[in-house]
Design a protein around this ligand. Sequence first.
Ligand code: 5GP
Length: 202
Amino acid sequence: MSKGKLIIFSGPSGSGKDTLLEVLFTRHPEIKFSISSITRDMRPGEVEGKKYHFISREEFKERLSRDEYLEHNLYVDDYYGTPKKPVLDAIENGDDIILEIDVNGAEKVRKIIPDAISIFIMPPSFAELEKRLRGRGTDSDEKIAKRLASAIGEMKRADEYDYIVTNDVVDRAVDDILHIILADRLSLDRQKEFINEVLKKC
Ligand code: 5GP
């Protein structure tokens, strides 16, 4: 069985990554998602163990000392980390797995797993990004300002990614993402074992 692919998925807070992923997993439930451990407070509507494991700073630091993270980052005063084992297991099992991480995490993961595919989600405009962040109604003005400043920094680093998808119309953006993931499954690298299997029986 050929190995699965790691897909790095980034974009500024408010770019609509969660909505895109929800639609994508409905259409392709075989694609796995890496659940990060984070130390920030839960937002209304968030569920433990769906997108994140919400843990204390102490717990996070303990896991870090046990080398349980593939990468981790301090983002707007909170820790975010990608657990190592589930990601490496998925790739070994031939599954495609999406890591929704920030630009710093992406940079670290590319060094560890150089054949990862990376996709950056752009908002249609900065005004739209600000509107979406304020519309959430969950963060203080101070947090929103920090997230907007962080968004500018992240968009300046979009050129580090293999693919750029603009999230203006959700269904079209999901189509774009799926084209990238599904095309990779047809790459020579991932078809070599199949070709050899066929040739063995000739
Ligand atoms: P939010 O607090 O809005 O859910 O996420 C803030 C940022 O942290 C987003 O850019 C998100 O992609 C990123 N993020 C989520 N999980 C991880 C992780 O495990 N590692 C890193 N480096 N960033 C993460």
